[in-house]
Design a binder for this molecule. Structure first.
Ligand SMILES: Nc1ncnc2c1ncn2[C@@H]1O[C@H](COP(=O)(O)OP(=O)(O)O)[C@@H](O)[C@H]1O
Ligand SMILES: [Mg+2]
Length: 818
């Protein structure tokens, strides 16, 4: 609280009803209300000081006029006595006080004592002496109405409090506080001494206020309504204009039905389908062109007219030409091509004959999708690919009913529209990625699509009328045969694309991918030469894959960077900077140079570009060294082989045996079948302790722990049996298996080795990991004999059908008695 200068003596007003007077022109103070006032006038400041020295009471009176004129003449008769509760000094030497209004009084006289204005007043008659009830009720009612219009701005408790209030002065104080009116509106109140009259004035003020608020909110409402209406009309009108513009004839055919009818007439439709569609056209022409129904109908009929009803491309029947096309597009893949040609021949001889659906199965990047494309080319048909990856909703195959908002036909019908022929090759890409859940089983919808008994009248939910799919040639692809839904698989003829050897990859690169990337990067006219060592480096150092996708990407990157470098060199070549000769003459010291036009391209024609290993490293960064699998050299380790949808790989298996409560612990990425293999391996060794020189109690009170640390790739299958046995035996003997040797084969309790799948993928993986010998089930020799020559030359195959014999080859001589 600011200190108040003690310039005045402690004068006491002689008359009891006399208080220091404070004049206000911007705020009205009522009893029962607390207000903050800023006092700046010097006379009011004196009065304040005087009050502070005495009993802190003041008389507050409202005057009309601006802040500066002294207006003791223009006072209103009604004043309020107030008590000062708190006082602060403001920065501009004014005082701010918090005051509480006490009671209303009538001002009688004003006098000055030593410059201190004092007001004499008389108390107003008690309200009980007047008959106020009616006025009080009126104020309360009006206030309730006011609170209602102001909605949540006045708390319910306040309204309740006001309604229950029985002190009229307080009622005036509280209601005025919440009214928050411009000061002018309160003036009639200040002219009334009688409390009853004041209440009546307040009721009038409230009523006026209510009416004006009511009017305002009505107006706002109406304005909003009008705005919305005009906006909507405007929007619809614009749409109408657009549509009419599209149709070009606003009067004749507002719905577009006429034109659609003409289109329908041209289509090759069966009579009952045409009749049904014409009914729809009629509905369209009868519906308002702006109605939602008309939009739905029009979209529907447009879909119908755009489908290739009965339209067929003419097949290419020349089988020699077909074979050439297949060879032109793909290197190798002899078996696949052969099978495709058989298939094509059969289709040509008897187009109506039942033929299975071809399904290309193999790791990514082995040419499945592009083979499908070639088949279409070889037959001279349109090609459309449908990616099935992640489709889990039957409606994606067969469409949504057209009553759905935003409904569309399913993928099959969409594909036919894209093909614009009714006999395209449709590639169902990645059928193994089909999912199914509560939204229905998409594979059963596909089954119907593929079934020659049913597919001549395939009904899409959206299209509603049957469409003949019997002319379509369906081909499918998958990474993983196991994951194709069984009923679908039964309908398919599997053609494998197991992956490529190093030599095959290099040929694919040389014959297909390098020329393609050269062309794609604008280097066709240059003489680009990929050194053999560069290609070797590129494949071994930057890719680890069964297919050629990564290789293609790497080649692309090398060519892209080459292209960019040429452009950069050309545009920064010193010789290309032209000196502006006139500038040189006039300002000798100012060697103004101008760059040649910036979009000049380098002269590529005949340019020699030699892709060396160094260049490959420059452009691709350092090669990734193969992470050492650490599969040999230590007891308890043996390298197996796996194969899955992604190709093949080497699977390191670890085993340790240590003291503890006897158990077999299996950890890592082992599927159930593999766990069983581990149990078989252990039982086999237990049963043949002596042959392998194992102590009677080699597993007694021991924990036997087998672990497969193969990243996050979950693998399963019985083919790691040999490797599991070898790892266990190695751990039990404390002797490492031979180096440079990898093994595959299923084992049984009775010392047999059974054949396994994925031989090509596995041998390719063994080569990529630089193994040179492979233990293989004898019954897989057939598969191995079909491997490409280069692989067979690089790997030594050791065939066994007895586990014991295989282990003899896996361990160094003398490791066990035998
Ligand atoms: N044998 C091959 N001869 C020529 N190019 C091939 C061969 N195999 C794959 N490609 C090319 O490799 C790329 C990837 O093939 P893609 O058909 O997409 O593989 P997938 O569908 O099996 O994953 C394509 O550019 C494809 O043309
Ligand atoms: Mg593909």
């Amino acid at each position: 609280m600011a200190a108040i200068p003690k310039t005045l003596s402690k004068l006491r007003p002689e008359v009891k009803n006399e208080l220091p007077l404070i004049l206000l022109h911007n705020i009205v103070v009522f009893p029962y209300s607390a207000v903050t006032l800023t006092i700046g006038r010097s006379d009011s400041l004196s009065a304040l000081e005087f009050a502070l020295d005495n009993d802190k009471e003041v008389l507050i009176v409202f005057y009309r006029g601006s802040e500066h004129e002294p207006s003791y003449q223009h006072l209103h008769p009604l004043g309020t006595t107030a008590r000062i509760i708190e006082i602060f000094k403001t920065s501009d030497d004014k005082l701010r006080i918090l005051a509480e209004g006490l009671r209303s009084v009538e001002i009688k006289k004003i006098l000055f004592k030593k410059d201190i204005p004092l007001g004499q007043y008389s108390l107003i008659k008690d309200s009980s002496q007047e008959n106020c009830e009616a006025a009080v009720t009126l104020v309360k009612e009006q206030f309730q109405g006011f609170a209602k219009i102001r909605q949540k701005k006045i708390p319910d408790e306040v309204v309740e409090d006001v309604v229950n209030m029985d002190n009229p002065e307080r009622l005036i104080g509280v209601v005025s506080t919440f009214l928050k009116l411009e000061i002018e509106k309160f003036i009639p109140l200040l002219d009334q001494i009688s409390i009853k009259k004041r209440l009546e004035e307040l009721a009038v003020i409230l009523q006026m206020e209510n009416e004006s608020l009511h009017l305002k909110s009505n107006l706002a409402e109406r304005a909003k309504e009008r705005m919305e209406r005009t906006q909507k009309e405007y929007f619809l009108n614009e749409q109408l204009k657009e549509i009419q513009k599209e149709l070009g004839n606003e009067e004749v055919d507002p719905s577009g039905a006429q034109e659609i009818r003409q289109e329908l007439e041209k289509l090759e439709l069966s009579e009952d389908i045409r009749l049904k569609l014409l009914t729809e056209v009629k509905r369209l022409s009868n519906s308002h062109p702006m109605s939602p129904e008309s939009g739905v109908l029009r979209t529907y009929l447009e879909w119908i007219t755009e489908l290739p009803w009965g339209k067929r491309s003419i097949d290419q029947h020349d089988i020699i030409k077909a074979a050439r096309i297949l060879d032109d597009d793909h290197f190798g893949l002899e078996k696949a091509k052969d099978r495709i040609l058989d298939f094509i021949a059969a289709r040509q001889m008897e187009p109506k004959g039942r033929s299975p659906i071809l399904c290309f199965v193999g790791p990514p990047g082995t040419g499945k999708t592009s083979l499908g494309q070639s088949v279409a080319k070889a037959l001279g048909r349109r090609f459309v690919r449908i990616s099935l990856g992640g489709i889990r909703d039957e409606a994606e195959i067969r469409g949504h009913r057209k009553t759905y908002v935003g409904a569309l036909p399913g993928k099959i019908i969409q594909a036919l529209k894209r093909a614009s022929m009714s006999n395209p090759v449709i590639l169902l890409d990645e059928v193994d990625k089909l999912a199914s859940d509560y939204r229905g089983d998409p594979s059963s919808a596909l089954l119907e699509v593929l079934d020659p008994e049913q597919n001549n009248s395939f009904v899409d939910h959206y299209i509603e009328v049957p469409f003949d799919l019997s002319g379509v040639l369906f081909i499918s692809t998958a990474n993983n045969l196991e994951k194709i839904p069984h009923p679908l698989r039964d309908r398919m003829e599997i053609i494998r694309t197991p992956g490529y050897t190093m030599l095959e990859k290099k040929s694919i690169a040389r014959q297909f991918l390098i020329p393609k990337q050269i062309a794609d990067n604008g280097l066709k006219e240059a003489r680009v030469r990929f050194q053999d060592a560069s290609l070797d480096l590129l494949i071994r150092g930057y890719t680890q894959e069964a297919g050629v996708r990564g290789m293609e990407r790497a080649i692309n990157q090398v060519m892209r960077k080459t292209s960019r470098k040429l452009l950069h060199d050309e545009q920064t070549r010193p010789g290309r900077w032209l000196v502006n000769s006139s500038a040189l003459h006039e300002y000798q010291e100012n060697t103004a140079v101008y760059n040649a036009p910036e979009n000049t391209l380098p002269a590529v024609k005949g340019l020699k570009i030699e892709v060396t290993p160094k260049l490959v490293r420059d452009y691709l960064g350092n090669e990734r060294l193969e992470d050492d699998l650490g599969t040999t050299g230590r007891p308890g380790l043996a390298p197996g082989l796996y194969f899955d949808g992604g190709g093949g790989g080497v699977l390191p298996i670890e085993a340790v045996i240590y003291d503890g409560e006897q158990e077999l612990l299996l950890t890592g990425q082992l599927g159930d079948v593999m766990k069983e293999s581990a149990q078989i391996a252990l039982s086999y060794l237990r049963a043949n302790r002596e042959r392998f020189g194992l102590k009677m109690d080699f597993d007694k009170d021991k924990v036997i722990h087998i672990h497969v640390p193969q990243g996050a790739v979950p693998v399963d299958g019985p083919s790691a049996g040999v490797a599991l046995t070898a790892a266990l035996l190695s751990s039990a003997l404390g002797i490492p298996v031979k180096e440079d040797l990898v093994m595959t084969g299923e084992v049984t309790l009775t010392d047999r080795i059974l054949p396994v799948g994925g031989i090509k993928e596995k041998t390719l993986a063994a080569r990529r990991r630089d193994f040179s010998r492979i233990i293989m089930p004898k019954d897989n020799k057939r598969d191995a004999d079909e491997l490409p020559m280069d692989i067979r030359e690089q790997l030594t195959f050791i065939y066994h059908d007895r586990l014991h014999d295989a282990l003899m080859d896996i361990f160094p001589p003398g490791a066990f008695p035998g």
